[in-house]
Design a protein around this ligand. Structure first.
Ligand SMILES: C[S@@+](CC[C@H](N)C(=O)[O-])C[C@H]1O[C@@H](n2cnc3c(N)ncnc32)[C@H](O)[C@@H]1O
Length: 353
């Protein structure tokens, strides 16, 4: 939220007016600093499963507390803050109900955001974000300072955080997968390789829409174990899981998908990875980077926030179209098209140069 019209204080007339403007600006900044408590409340509500207990209708905090095994007075305080942002609404009898936005906090609805919220506000994300100053002064990731190893190495060693991350990542991706699969005109036949495909939600949508295609889900073995494709009989026999390290090699195919992969990594690592894709691409093949393209200007965009998560927890960054063109060029590829989708992500298409 922007506070004023962007004019510098000195441009506003009169000392009294200047002081008033500063008073109001200071109050604005304090409110902004307190803003971190909203995701904290959202996290708490997601953790204890408040929304699942509101699925059948409004409830008093005392009843909700009994159902969730929480402290009634403290739960009321959390709900009161969530109500200020339209997640729940309190009625005149003091009962809280889910709003339209709040429905997506339930676990039992399609595209539930509950596990995505738990992942995005987990201590593996929240801790490093609180150490952004380290990134500024040292120019390096805060994750390693706090956890002693790189982000994905930690998940390979710690089952709890791995489950939180990969389940949450699949949930965050879930509403994006069908629109992305629909936005691109895939070839009628051939092999699509989803590189770092996680639990496979995108590959599932691509294979469903394109019955002539086969797929490979490529990721670490502990991630593949949680894949969603096994439970979808309609694509049985048309896909294989493949375990590997994408910095060593990638499976060959006609279309390589990289969804929310390049933003995790620094430029040199991306060039290595894109180079492996280029070598493994069959003649006439394409690489589809599915990431946000940071728009110019001062307007808000999810990529500008996520970029700081990449800075704090990983070595990557969100990129502009020019950044992608440069990366592709360094890997012997040519950026052929950028196709916007109805999600925050675009399809950035690359072909062999
Ligand atoms: C940000 S997640 C994106 C997952 C999925 N593409 C999506 O959009 O939901 C990054 C994925 O890259 C995988 N990954 C990270 N390092 C890898 C490596 N060296 N080799 C293979 N996969 C890797 C992770 O396990 C994870 O599934």
């Amino acid at each position: 939220m922007s506070h004023d019209d962007g004019r510098a204080i000195g441009e506003q007339a009169g000392a009294g007016e200047q002081e008033e403007a500063l008073r109001s600006s200071a109050a604005f900044l304090v409110d902004e600093a307190l803003g971190f408590l909203f995701p904290a409340a959202l996290r708490a509500a997601a953790e204890v499963g408040v929304a699942d207990h509101l699925a059948t209708g409004p409830a008093l905090p005392a009843d909700l507390a009994a159902a969730t095994g929480t402290d009634a007075r403290n739960l009321h305080r959390v709900l009161r803050l969530l109500a200020t942002r339209g997640i729940v609404a309190e009625d005149e009898q003091g009962r809280f109900a889910l709003t339209g936005a709040g429905q997506a906090l339930r676990s039992d609805v399609p595209h539930s955001a509950r596990t995505a919220i738990r992942m995005l506000t987990d201590r593996t994300m929240w801790g490093p974000a609180g150490e952004l100053t380290h990134c500024l002064t040292e120019g390096s990731t805060a994750f390693e300072k706090l956890f002693g190893m790189p982000f994905f190495d930690h998940f390979a060693k710690d089952e709890r955080t791995a489950a939180v991350f990969h389940v949450g990542m699949a949930a965050m991706s879930d509403p994006e997968n069908a629109p992305i699969a629909a936005a691109y005109d895939f070839p009628a036949s051939g092999t699509v390789v989803d590189i770092g495909g996680g639990h496979g939600g995108l590959l599932l949508e691509v294979l469903r829409r394109n019955p002539g295609l086969e797929g490979v889900l490529y990721d670490r073995s502990h991630v593949l174990a949680g894949n969603r494709l096994d439970s979808h009989g309609e694509i049985a026999g048309r896909w294989t899981p493949q375990d590997g390290d994408f910095f060593s090699s990638v499976p060959s195919g006609d279309v390589h998908l990289l969804k929310r992969i390049t933003h995790d990594w620094d430029d040199d690592s991306c060039v290595t990875l894109l180079g492996h894709c280029r070598s493994a691409l069959r003649p006439g093949g394409r690489i589809l980077v599915l990431d946000a393209v940071v728009p110019p200007g001062n307007g808000p965009h999810q990529s500008k926030a996520l970029d700081l998560m990449m800075m704090a927890s990983l070595t990557g960054r969100e990129r502009t179209e020019a950044d992608f063109a440069e990366l592709f060029g360094r890997a012997g590829l040519r950026l052929s098209r950028v196709i916007p989708t109805s999600t925050v992500l675009s399809v950035v298409e690359g072909v062999v140069a």
